[in-house]
Design a protein around this ligand. Structure first.
Ligand code: B1M
Length: 216
């Protein structure tokens, strides 16, 4: 790897951790110009968010910094989106309904999943954040998706995923959809335990799983 690339990656990581929005956006554009893969850029940004989370846990950063990191990430995603769209291959058309569980307003990971999965050319219905189980059921009934995606970032509310699956079962809709779950505290074991069809470790893993399902 050329030194210049390593420099850009280092600057991108550091400027994000320091929450220097203009610099983050600039380095992100530069990284794209240098043909650094989107997946690699996103990995750097995710590592930076991990560091921001660590600083928050240790009392070095506060809620304001967490909010700022969310805002920066949204802008970065807008810069990366056209590049992801360029890579898109239209497979068999399908629809996916996705949302973050009730009680949880984290949406950076979910939005990344949307950006990356939608590059498969499928239609995505985004229910947003803090979505009650019954709203998932209504959406499945209304939009008849092939796939349901559920995101959760808090250990205190991740059990809502189970509730959503139970409510879909009660409504007789469970067998009509494939369910993928993901988010920081979610694991493969947890996904299995609550009866989901798959666990997506990150947005690219989610894309692989969805790609397989829609080509079946
Ligand atoms: Co919050 N927060 N936060 N936060 N926040 C965490 C999650 C935390 C780990 C920070 C910490 O203490 N270290 C901690 C949770 C601890 C726990 O549950 N045990 C925490 C806390 C405590 C809180 C509050 C309670 C703080 C407070 O108010 N005192 C509060 C809760 C609010 C609520 O939801 N009710 C809160 C609020 C916020 C902000 C609103 C300020 C902001 C969110 C902004 C936004 O999302 N628009 C925020 C942020 C930014 C974070 C951290 C720093 C970053 C989260 C993030 O976006 N990561 C986070 C610390 C951390 O994660 N290290 C933290 C990057 C993102 C790309 O990763 O979302 O995991 P992630 O998504 C990944 C994978 O998980 C996967 O793909 C993505 C990568 O490609 N994935 C899926 C995600 N969803 C998927 C779905 C799939 C498949 C894969 O299929 C459907």
């Amino acid at each position: 790897m050329k030194l210049a690339e390593r420099d850009i990656e280092k600057e991108l990581f550091e400027s994000f951790v320091e929450l220097k929005e203009d610099a983050v956006l600039e380095y992100c554009k530069k990284a794209l110009e240098m043909n650094i893969e989107v997946e690699r850029i996103l990995n750097i940004l995710t590592r930076a968010l991990e560091e921001i989370g660590r600083r928050y846990e240790e009392g070095e950063y506060f809620l304001a910094e967490l909010i700022a990191s969310g805002e920066i990430m949204k802008k970065v995603t807008e810069i990366l989106r056209p590049k992801l769209a360029e890579d898109s291959r239209s497979l068999k058309k399908a629809r996916m309904v996705i949302g973050t569980v009730e009680g949880d307003i984290h949406d950076i990971g979910k939005n990344l999943v949307i950006t990356i999965v939608s590059s498969l050319g499928i239609e995505i219905v985004d229910l947003g954040v803090d979505v009650p189980a019954k709203k998932f059921v209504e959406a499945v009934s209304k939009f008849k998706p092939k796939i349901v995606g559920i995101s959760a970032l808090l250990t205190t509310t991740m059990h809502q995923m189970k509730k959503i699956i139970e409510e879909l079962e009660k409504a007789g809709l469970r067998d009509k959809v494939k369910i993928i779950v993901g988010g920081r505290p979610v694991t493969q074991e947890f996904a299995k335990e609550i009866g989901a069809d798959a666990y997506g470790e990150d947005a690219f893993a989610a894309r692989k799983i969805v790609s397989k399902w829609i080509s079946e």
